[in-house]
Design a protein around this ligand. Sequence first.
Ligand SMILES: [Zn+2]
Length: 682
Amino acid sequence: MPRPAHASWSLNTVARRALRYALLVALLAPASPAWSQAPTDSPRETALAQLADAATLVVRGRVHGVEARAANRAVYTYATVAVDEVLKGAGDMASGTTLVVKTLGGAADGLVLHVADAPTFSVGDEAILFLAPRPGDGSLYPVGLSTGVWPVSIDLTGGGPQAGHDEWRGPFDTAFRDRVARSLPALAPYTLVPAEWAPYSQPSYVLLTTDWGGPARWHQADDGRGVTVNFQTGGSVAAIDGALALWNAAGSVLSLRRGADGPAPLDRVCAGFTGSGTIELSWGGPCEEIAPTDTATVGIGGGYITPGRPKTVGTTVFADFVQGIAILNPNRPNAASANCTVEAVAHLLGHAFGLGHSDVATAIMAAVPRGSCTTATPSLDADDRDGIRAIYADIASGPSRPDAPTAISSSTLLSTVALQWTPAVTGGPAYSYSLEAAGSPGGPNFLNPPFTTTGRALTVAGVPPGTYYVRVRASNPLGTSGVSPETQVVVGPCTVPSAPTAFSATVDGLNVAFTWSPPTSGLTQFYRLSAGFASGRADAAVLDGLTATSYSTVAPAGSYYVRVTAVNVCGDGPPTPDTLVQLRSCSAAPNAPTNLRAASSGGVVTLAWDAPVAGDRPARYRIRAGLSPTDLGLLGSGVVTSDSRPVLTASAGAGTYYVQVISTNTCGDSAPSVTTPVTVTP
Ligand SMILES: [Zn+2]
């Protein structure tokens, strides 16, 4: 980390010491103040007093390790801090004492718990930490979440150390220390190092990135399912309903619904991962995340995220929430009035469905709660509505059941029926579709239960022959539409394809290549090639499932009777007539071709020759040509396959050429034929 060394020599001793870490503090993420008590005319002093009163322990220290771990079915981030100075709390704590700040949230073991406004720590940070013990295990956390972490920095122009972030930045001086020392006495016991941390005291710290998987949203909102808010028995149902009503009136596709209440969760289950697909709202105390003396923290809101299901809205890629948490601090200011409780719940729910803090002071999602809740009726600010609608696309009206799909079409292939339909553009979003079939137009549905799918198409195989009238309904949790128009589906009668045509085999030594053309009637699903050692038999080979109209193979020498059959689900079509295929290994190179003739007309040369009458059969012929009888080059190979009267035509420029033909098979080449001249005139 570079230092402004030229400036440091003008500083006093305290400042020099602080400067050693001054720029490291820049690593601190820009922290926004937590939603805390409304400031009066001196925001910094008010915040300082409130935090100092709420804290059990106030220290200045340096972060030398950060690690997130999944524990007790939740994710915590542990920041190991070397204490340089104790401002409140155990006065006998030695400089250099290590304590561990345990913060709910982080990413570990593939689990991400995003907590809005949680403090972020980086190795090297120096800060004033306002800490309180969790009731459950005495572990320390910053009161007011990120608000309770004040970075220490240096004012290079004034020379003195500073503490606080953003608008709270100011002198870290005697007055600051005195104000902390005058705060309410702290009585709660605490533990410097969480119990679960001790077994892992071997430091292997990992820097936590500030990106905890966000931004995130509830993708399930898009298909009309909404998000259910379950809650702990004993709190204000009216406050929940009031908060839900605020967000549900914002005109977004997100529908928040009050779910079931339940008993007070224990053992930090308030924040533990269950993958519930719901937001779990708790009322403070039993969750053991907020000290009873802590009046700086409004609550904790956030959720577990599945980064593997990204979805783009506008230009922003969102991860998917799989569980939301909202833990309300029942202490003031939330309890200042019933309306303040509504706004506090709404604020935490905002975090749980994807909103962070707004810079607009009059917004529900402002970091500092607006004081108006003690007198005015709760309402969203326009900025709040913009926020939720940026994450969740607008819908024209409130949720409703879907309207019937407006069209359905079908196509039939043998016994397989493919159906697709068009959703209505009106009504609520469809979550699923159910298909009905009747034996007459508008007749009673005989599919019981109906076929259901979440897609907009369905393919059904193995449909018995018949005429059907098929229609579809759309559903979401609010209801099921009427039926779509019908499509007539005719299946059968089942007919096999006719025989393939133009079946032929080409033999080259032990290589054989078959080709054929598709049947002239019927649908072919595949071809079957069968070969036998006698006519009509298939005892040599049967090849099923061929979809091309050709097949090549190498087979042992012998005589085979081969045929091809087209097949579909209705059965086998008739076979082609048997073709006799005789495969022979060669014993020697063939003899030379005889009787080579060459003619020319209009720039086209025609060559013809006779196959050798004795010896092994040629598999192919090669043509050699040149402008001199003693300088012939290879013109082509395999251009003419074995034939009793081979003929070749080729175009050529004007001139006199000399050509010869060579027979060839896998044993070798023949001697050349006689060399024959041919003159091409333009
Ligand atoms: Zn907040």
